[in-house]
Design a protein around this ligand. Structure first.
Ligand SMILES: C[S@@+](CC[C@H](N)C(=O)[O-])C[C@H]1O[C@@H](n2cnc3c(N)ncnc32)[C@H](O)[C@@H]1O
Length: 220
């Protein structure tokens, strides 16, 4: 697989990186049935990419996190249980924990190497509100209605699973650090349509820094 690494701090994302990432993202959105074929190369790629990920992508930087942070401003009331899909090295999960002081956050990723690095960050969470595990957003290892916030940053959306694990009244936040230049980018029009089919209403979509965000809510 080529290099769909999300954002690359301070550098334009290579054209082939963007194209491969967009093709993968489109395949997952339009034909999730293809995911079992794509899963292994995706996981292997991110296992290899994990070393030096934060330095290369600026994953912990305010620029990288800006659209997720902007989306979280529209999540009301404060969630008690949150899930960060495709958490990578866990920076999105930590942001959620900072924004909502009482939330318990779970971060999940198919890549073991990414999760290994995310777990190292748990030292920054002395209250033990954050935990990470290896798992697949296409088949989440959680019961129905387990969360009142499901967020994802720079990650293809698996709509049916997001809807399944959200409680009524829960929010989904989908963000992309570089907007349409993000390899794993889904336009707001597509998010609105696909979430809408599952009964979600759009709360807000917009831009923050170089990125974009979309917030949808399941009626309570
Ligand atoms: C571009 S990275 C983004 C990581 C992090 N959210 C960030 O912005 O730094 C995409 C991440 O999603 C993970 N991923 C891709 N498909 C996944 C799936 N179906 N389930 C869980 N994680 C997945 C990859 O392993 C990778 O760590």
């Amino acid at each position: 697989m080529s290099d769909p690494t999300g954002t690359e701090a301070g550098r334009p994302i290579a054209r082939h990186t963007k194209l491969v990432g967009r093709a993968l993202n489109r395949a997952v959105v339009r034909a999730p049935v293809l995911w079992p074929i794509l899963k292994r190369p995706m996981r292997d790629f991110f296992d290899r990419a994990a070393e030096g990920w934060d330095e290369r992508t600026g994953a912990g930087s305010s620029e990288h996190l800006a659209p997720l942070a902007a989306g979280l401003l529209h999540v009301k009331p404060d969630p008690e249980r949150a899930l960060d899909l495709g958490t990578g090295t866990g920076t999105g999960a930590l942001l959620i924990a900072r924004e909502f002081p009482r939330v318990r956050v779970r971060g999940i990723d198919v890549s073991e190497e990414m999760i290994r690095r995310a777990r190292r960050r748990v030292g920054l969470d002395p209250e033990g509100r954050i935990a990470f595990r290896v798992g697949d957003a296409a088949h989440l290892p959680y019961d129905d209605e387990s969360f009142d916030l499901v967020a994802q940053l720079n990650m293809p959306p698996f709509f049916a699973e997001i809807a399944r694990v959200l409680r009524p009244g829960g929010h989904a936040v989908v963000a992309a650090s570089s907007g349409p230049s993000t390899p794993f980018y889904t336009p707001s029009s597509v998010l609105e349509r696909r979430f809408g089919r599952l009964g979600f209403e759009t709360v807000q979509s917009g831009e923050a820094g170089a990125g974009t965000f979309h917030v949808a809510r399941l009626p309570g």
